[in-house]
Design a protein around this ligand. Structure first.
Ligand SMILES: [Zn+2]
Length: 531
C-alpha cells in the first residue's frame, strides 16, 4: 500500500521567535533554516517581511534551500484594496516560495478585533489569496482561533477556510491559537472540516497550553489533516507550539503512523534530530531539557541495577524505540562499561578510529568525566572533544606555546572629549625556536585577544589566514561550589567548515582564551599543518 504524505511546516523562526527572551539575529535565522532544510522539513517559515530589518533582509535574498521558504503576514486590511496596502505589498514582494496569510475565522474576533463585517473579512481572504497566487506564490491560510471560532459559529469558521481553499490556497491551516482545545475536540472538528475541504489541503497549528499540542496534532492527522505545523523544541509564546522534535520521531517510528504515512525526513536525517535539538538550545544559550522525549540526555538513561543489566542483555526490554535512530544514546548511569561505549561512540562520530580495549580509552573517559564536572560540555564542542581525544591518544603536535598574554581595558576621554572604552591585547607566542609578540586593539577584550593571537603564528600563519570567529556564547554555571564561566566559540574557515570549541574558568578572559586556542589548534590539525 502506498504511503500517504504528511507535510511538516516549521515556524520556529516566526511563531517560535515570539518566545520570551528569544531574539534571532539574521545569522541565527539562516543557520536554523539550513538545519531545518537538512532535516528534510517541507516548509520553513522565516518571519514577517517588512515588519523588522532582520526579516526584511532575510527575505531580500535567496537562501538556497530545498524547503519551501515561507513569508508570513496578514491578509489585506479591511476597507483597503490589495494595491493600497503597504503591509500586503511587502509580503507579496518578499523573495519567498510561499506566502502564509493569517486571517480571523472567529466571527467574534472579526467584529471586536478587526471591527469589520463578516463579509468584508471573507473578501479580504479571497483577495489576498488571489493576489499572492497571481504573484506565483504557493499560498497558505492560517485560520486564527479556528477551533474556538468553530465552536461559536461553525458555519462562519468553515466559510473562512473554504474562501481560501476555493480561491486556490494550497493549504488551509486550522489554528488552535489559544491552545486550550483538547484532542477529542480537535479530532471532531477536523473530521467535520475535511468533509468540505480535502484533508490533503488541511493543516493543524496547535499551541501547548494544556500540554497536548503534540497530541492535538496527531488527533488532527487521525481526522484527515495532512500538514503539521510546529517548532523545534516546542519553542513558542506562553507554553509553546507543537514540538516537531517529538512529532517527527513519532511519525517515523511508531507503526500507527509509520505504516500509513511518509514524511520528508529520511532515516539518515532522523539520526541528526538530537543534535539539531541541542544545537538550537546552544544557539539560544539555554540548557537543553534533559528530560525531553526522544532527544533528552535522560530519555534513554537508566540507573545501574536490575534495569541496567536487563538493558545490556536486550535494550528493547526497557526502551520504546532504539535511541540511535534519533541520534541519542543509551546511558546506563554509573557504569564503567557504558561510559566507555559513550566515549567510543563519540570518537566514531568525530572520525577517530580507536580500539575498545586500548587502555587510553579508559583514561580519556576519566578526563572527560572530570572535566564535565568542572563545567565542560563536550557534546556542544566537537572540536575541543576531538583535540582532547587526539591528545590523550597522543596525536596532537605542539604547534605553539602562548607564553604570556595581557589584556588591558581602559576607559577615558578621547580627543573630542567623548567617553570611550579602548581594549588592547598583547600576546607572546613561541613557535619552535621563534618568539613572537603581537598586539591588537579590539572592540572588547575577547575580540582584542583573538586578533592578537591570530596576528602572527610564524610558519603557521598561512594555515589560519581564512579562520574567523562566527559566534561567541557565554554561560555562567554552578560547577561544584563556585560559579564558573563557560565559553563556546564557533569558528569558520575558508571552506565554510564550522566547529565549536569550549573553555571553562572562573575568569571569562581565561575561558575565552582556552576556546580561542583550541579553535586555532583544531584548524592546524584539520589543515594537516606539519609539527
Ligand atoms: Zn501560533
Amino acid at each position: 500500500m502506498a504511503h500517504e504524505r504528511i507535510y511538516l511546516f516549521d515556524t520556529t523562526l516566526r511563531d517560535g521567535a515570539q518566545t520570551n527572551g528569544v531574539d534571532f539575529t539574521l545569522a541565527d535565522k539562516l543557520a536554523i533554516a539550513a538545519m531545518l532544510d537538512e532535516l528534510g522539513i517541507d516548509y520553513v517559515e522565516g518571519g514577517y517581511p517588512g515588519a523588522n530589518p532582520t526579516d526584511s533582509e532575510l527575505f531580500g535574498a535567496d537562501r538556497g534551500l530545498n524547503a519551501t521558504f515561507t513569508a508570513f503576514g496578514m491578509t489585506r486590511r479591511p476597507g483597503r484594496s490589495v494595491s493600497n496596502d503597504p503591509g500586503l505589498a511587502a509580503l507579496l514582494n518578499a523573495k519567498a516560495d510561499a506566502v502564509c496569510f493569517v486571517a480571523k475565522s472567529w466571527d467574534y474576533h472579526v467584529k471586536v478585533a478587526l471591527e469589520t463585517t463578516d463579509e468584508e473579512n471573507l473578501s479580504s481572504i479571497r483577495d489576498s489569496v488571489r493576489a499572492a497566487k497571481a504573484k506565483g506564490r504557493e499560498v497558505l491560510l492560517d485560520c486564527e482561533h479556528f477551533f474556538d471560532g468553530y465552536k461559536a459559529n461553525p458555519k462562519y469558521a468553515l466559510a473562512c477556510a473554504k474562501a481560501a481553499y476555493e480561491e486556490g490556497a494550497r493549504w488551509v491551516v486550522l489554528c488552535d491559537t489559544n491552545g486550550g482545545t483538547l484532542p477529542d475536540e480537535v479530532e471532531k472538528v477536523v473530521s467535520e472540516v475535511v468533509k468540505a475541504i480535502p484533508g490533503d489541503h488541511v493543516g493543524i497549528h496547535a499551541h501547548n497550553d494544556t500540554d497536548q499540542a503534540v497530541a492535538n496534532s496527531f488527533a488532527a492527522v487521525r481526522a484527515g489533516a495532512r500538514q503539521i505545523q510546529g517548532t523545534l523544541n516546542g519553542l513558542g509564546e506562553r507554553c509553546g507550539n507543537a514540538n516537531l522534535v517529538s512529532i517527527i520521531p513519532t511519525l517515523k517510528l511508531k507503526p500507527e503512523f509509520a505504516e500509513r504515512f511518509e514524511i520528508g525526513v529520511s532515516d539518515a536525517a532522523l539520526k541528526k534530530l538530537a543534535h539539531v535539538s541541542h544545537a538550537l538550545d546552544e544557539r539560544l544559550n539555554r540548557a537543553p531539557n534533559r528530560h525531553a522525549p526522544y532527544v533528552g540526555e535522560s530519555a534513554f538513561a537508566t540507573k545501574a541495577g536490575i534495569h541496567a543489566s536487563a538493558i545490556l542483555k536486550d535494550p528493547a526490554t526497557y526502551e520504546h524505540v532504539a535511541p540511535e535512530t534519533i541520534g541519542n544514546r543509551r546511558k546506563v548511569l554509573v557504569s564503567e562499561q557504558a561510559g566507555k561505549s559513550n566515549v567510543l561512540a563519540e570518537l566514531e562520530r568525530v572520525g577517530i578510529k580507536a580500539d575498545k580495549d586500548d587502555p587510553r580509552i579508559g583514561r580519556l573517559l576519566e578526563i572527560v568525566k572530570e572535566r564535565e564536572t568542572l563545567g565542560y560540555a563536550y557534546e556542544a564542542a566537537d572540536a575541543s572533544f576531538e583535540l582532547l581525544a587526539r591528545r590523550t591518544l597522543g596525536k596532537v603536535p605542539n604547534y605553539f606555546d602562548v607564553t604570556q598574554f595581557d589584556v588591558n581595558v581602559e576607559q577615558r576621554n578621547n580627543a573630542k572629549g567623548e567617553r570611550v572604552t579602548v581594549t588592547m591585547a598583547v600576546v607572546k607566542v613561541k613557535v619552535g625556536e621563534d618568539n613572537m609578540i603581537s598586539a591588537a586593539e579590539g572592540n572588547g577584550p575577547v575580540n582584542a585577544l583573538d586578533l592578537a593571537l591570530r596576528k602572527d603564528l610564524g610558519k603557521y600563519q598561512k594555515y589560519i589566514a581564512g579562520l574567523k570567529l562566527t559566534d561567541y556564547r557565554v554561560r555562567i554555571l554552578n560547577a561544584g561550589t563556585e560559579a564558573v564561566t563557560r565559553v563556546l566559540i564557533e569558528s569558520e574557515d575558508e571552506n565554510g567548515d564550522r566547529w565549536t570549541t569550549i573553555g571553562v574558568s572562573p575568569n571569562i578572559i581565561d575561558a575565552s582564551f582556552q576556546a580561542l586556542r583550541d579553535s586555532i589548534i583544531f584548524k592546524l590539525v584539520k589543515s594537516g599543518a606539519p609539527a
